[in-house]
Design a binder for this molecule. Structure first.
Ligand code: WTA
Length: 668
């Protein structure tokens, strides 16, 4: 996949016309002609298009220029000041709508009386973000400072994000499934002094000890000369935690006593809103920088168009992602709340206490928009059609998919068993770096094809090019690039200008390189074919192979490790690890080998999180390398996916016999 031209093997010919709109919720864009005309205008006059759009939100002071573009640096709504918490929360309260539901939260534990449900209104969010904002200021948090958030999926997670935005602090949310080492790396990179966490998080009936992980991270950080000055802990699960006086604060006590007066700070449009760490092809995760104004406008408008949101029309939006990923940032919190449609947050696992939990939630809250990931859909398929069949899903209007290419079979299942052939599916392609949707159907306008993310959103100039930047003819696979700036684009990688330039702007001159291979069909529809770099997409989450390799090598038994993706029935892509052992650790029999594999899997879980645990480990004496010492991952990929014959170019391989040896090894 490293060359410009990529062979596409997927052939899909089914097309589905957009259905008629749901009652009371007309399509915002209702024909393909309307989409095309609007898209054309947005490309010819981006400043006109986005300037007009931005007027739908509240600005404290207007911008003087919509866009300033000095490749590769964009400034949007230059000189304008606003606050995204104000637009998400206070604005609704000031309009007299403070009593309406903003967040509908459901906890994981569920007894005979059903689960715990909390409905937070805009007025609740205003009060709670003000209190936490005041409390953070009391802890010395200044504008522009990075606050780390490491929590389970509780309403206070969204409140913490919004409270930071309220006072102009930058948040860095770390997924609660990550380990303490992940906290250490991210806190150090962001120079963060304040951490907001929970005692624990519920996951499939068990408690994940978040505070314990934070404590371990704080000690490790201290050892590296970095002092965390405050840890604020929300008690959610009631598990025992240790307390460090002076540093540790109880969330409830701290916010109870805090002032409810905490105005939304006027933020420059280009002030940083958040950092979100994502995997790259080298070891260190990248802190993706997003700023205020452009991100806010892009989230608001894509949410409205792509999910067809209408305030006051009784809609209920549910995105099943965790707020620790960009999908949760953009489409649980920042895109949905300003559209004044309640956003559902669910705390736990889709199969707790049973495999129909999601369908129960949809029926209970009359969810109208449901946004999930292909990996989840494949799990639902495996669990069986009987689970959704038992529940009333008639409230649904629009279904969404995100995170990885959705296989046509899963798309058809989603349409039939969840959408009941009525609901359009929006397969949205985007990235942590793009902030929001980039290539996606519009539910009332775009005819859909199972497996295609269809056509670019307004203002998005997406293309398939070769390494020289030449646009390739339709049906030829190549590199997916974006040729014009868009409002919610990343503004950089925190503290690493060179990496920003190298990763996104160097390989194809003058264009943003997404890192995905793709092709367009004869109708110009985009089909994503997967990553072109050493990043694997497991269950819709990007993991750098280097990170997993580093975790493996940090175990005393491991000399060297190479990690690649391999096909996996549920996760889409699983992780295959090829490991060479230190001589003293070579297992003497099969049982010892199995035990060591298990130990290594657990080690990776501890170092990075369960999500990174290899699905297959193979021990080998040597790894295939080029003469310059680079591991030849494409060969390992072929072996891991069980290809009988290696048809790839092996001329740069140093030792040919390695291939045969690798295939002889036993699988985990
Ligand atoms: C993949 C998640 C195909 C892609 C929002 C991208 C997709 C990476 C789709 C970004 C989709 C995301 N179809 N592939 N609809 N959505 N991807 O940063 O490889 O976690 O580059 O952002 O996921 O992952 P990230």
């Amino acid at each position: 996949m490293s060359q410009g031209n990529i062979e596409s093997v997927l052939r899909e010919t089914r097309t589905f016309a957009p259905p008629s709109p749901p009652p009371g919720a007309p399509w915002h864009i209702s024909s393909i002609e309307e989409y095309r005309a609007k898209w054309k205008r947005s490309i010819e006059d981006p400043e006109g298009f986005w300037g007009e759009a931005a007027k739908g939100l509240h600005w404290f002071t207007p911008w003087s220029r919509v866009l300033e573009w000095n490749l590769p640096d964009a400034k949007w709504f230059v000189g304008g000041t606003t606050n995204i918490c104000f637009n998400a929360v206070d604005r609704q309260v000031e309009a007299g709508l403070g009593g309406q539901a903003a967040i509908i939260w459901e906890g994981e534990p569920s007894g005979p009386a059903g689960p715990e449900v909390r409905r937070l209104t805009y007025a609740d969010l205003q009060r709670e973000t003000a209190r936490l904002g005041s409390a953070l200021k009391g802890l010395g948090v200044k504008k522009g400072e990075v606050v780390t958030i490491y929590m389970g999926m509780v309403p206070e997670l969204a409140i913490a994000m919004l409270a930071c935005a309220r006072i102009g602090a930058v948040h860095s949310v770390i997924f609660g499934g990550f380990s303490s080492q992940a906290i250490v790396d991210r806190v150090l990179d962001a120079h963060s002094r304040v951490i907001i966490t929970c005692d624990g998080a519920w996951r499939r009936g068990k408690v994940v000890p978040l505070k314990e992980n934070v404590d371990a991270a704080c000690s490790a950080l201290k050892g590296q000369g970095h002092e965390v000055s405050a840890v604020v802990t929300l008690k959610r699960c009631g598990n025992a935690v240790t307390w460090t006086p002076g540093r540790d604060h109880d969330y409830a006590a701290l916010t109870r006593g805090a002032s409810e007066t905490c105005p939304c700070a006027p933020m420059d449009s280009e002030d940083m809103l958040f950092l979100l760490y994502t995997s790259g092809s080298t070891g260190k995760p990248k802190g993706i920088v997003h700023t205020t104004g452009g991100y806010m406008v892009h989230m608001w408008l894509t949410s409205k168009h792509v999910f067809n949101l209408h305030p006051g029309a009784g809609q209920v939006f549910w995105c099943t992602a965790d707020c620790g990923w960009v999908t949760g940032h953009s489409y649980i919190v920042y895109g949905i709340l300003p559209n004044r449609v309640p956003s559902v947050m669910y705390e736990g696992a889709p199969n707790f206490p049973a495999e129909d939990r999601f369908w129960e939630i949809i029926a209970r809250h009359k969810v109208t928009q449901f946004y999930t990931a292909p990996t989840a859909i494949r799990a639902f398929m495996k669990w069986g059609d009987q689970h959704p069949a038992r529940h009333d899903l008639s409230s649904l209007q629009v279904l969404g998919s995100v995170g990885e290419p959705i296989n046509p079979e899963a798309w058809m299942w989603y349409r039939r068993h969840i959408g009941r052939e009525r609901c359009p599916i929006v397969d949205t392609w985007w990235q942590t770096e793009t902030g929001g949707h980039m290539i996606t159907p519009l539910p009332g306008a775009t005819p859909t094809k199972p497996g295609s993310c269809t056509l670019p959103y307004f203002g998005v100039d997406a293309a398939i090019v070769d390494e020289t930047g030449r646009e390739l003819p339709h049906t030829t696979g190549g590199l997916l690039v974006i040729r014009k700036p868009w409002p919610s684009m990343l503004r950089g990688i925190h503290g690493d200008r060179q990496r920003y330039l190298d990763t996104y702007w160097s390989r194809v001159k003058g264009m943003y390189l997404a890192g995905d291979g793709a092709h367009r069909d004869k109708d110009g529809y985009f089909w994503i074919m997967g990553r072109i770099d050493d990043v694997i997409n497991v269950s819709g989450h990007r993991l750098g192979t280097m990170e997993v390799e580093s975790a493996l090598v940090s175990h005393p038994a491991v000399a060297e490790a190479a990690v690649v993706g391999m096909p996996h029935e549920i996760k889409g892509t699983g992780i295959a690890a090829f490991v060479t052992l230190r001589p003293a650790h070579n297992p003497h029999d099969r049982a010892a080998a199995e035990l060591l594999k298990k130990t290594l899997g657990e080690h990776v879980s501890r170092e990075i999180g369960a999500i990174a645990r290899p699905d297959m480990i193979r021990f080998t004496d040597v790894l295939p390398k080029t003469r310059s010492g680079k591991i030849m991952r494409r060969l390992l990929r072929a072996i891991a996916s069980g290809e009988e014959k290696i048809t790839q170019d092996t001329t740069t391989l140093e030792d040919f016999s390695i291939l045969a040896k690798l295939r002889e090894q036993d699988e985990a």
